[in-house]
Design a protein around this ligand. Sequence first.
Ligand code: 5GP
Ligand code: ZN
Length: 140
Amino acid sequence: MSNCIFCQILSKEIPSYTVYENEHVYAFLDITQVSKGHTLIIPKPHVKDVFEWTPDIASSMGEAIEKVSKALKKAFPNMQGLNIINNNGERAYQSVFHSHIHLIPRFPEQDGLSITFEPHSPMYTQEEMHAIAQTITQAF
Ligand code: 5GP
Ligand code: ZN
């Protein structure tokens, strides 16, 4: 897709720092570097978000997540943890609409990432939780 930044990175029109590549995916340093080694993994076909993934894309992305995560751990022995984040849609903070996974290593020092999970208020009742799960289950 010609006006997509990540497609332009794939075609080398825009330079990037390669971390990993195979036939199906490309991994490169996020320009922002929320922490050292902050990496993006993208599928080579232009798909907007997870809702456009095919089973093949899911499989190759999953494989790459495992590989790159382990390489980051080996590369940075003082890494204390790793956040794997995928944003889908503007409401979910997606800003580049070529699907991508963020791998954000966490070190002892402070970095630019904060994630909070505030519980729904009021809490859902057991009946509501059951109904929510059932609604999703029926959507497969
Ligand atoms: P999103 O908010 O869509 O999940 O994340 C998009 C990410 O792409 C941001 O973290 C941003 O720093 C990164 N990004 C945007 N433009 C470029 C670019 O031209 N090169 C690289 N390497 N990263 C980019
Ligand atoms: Zn694209």
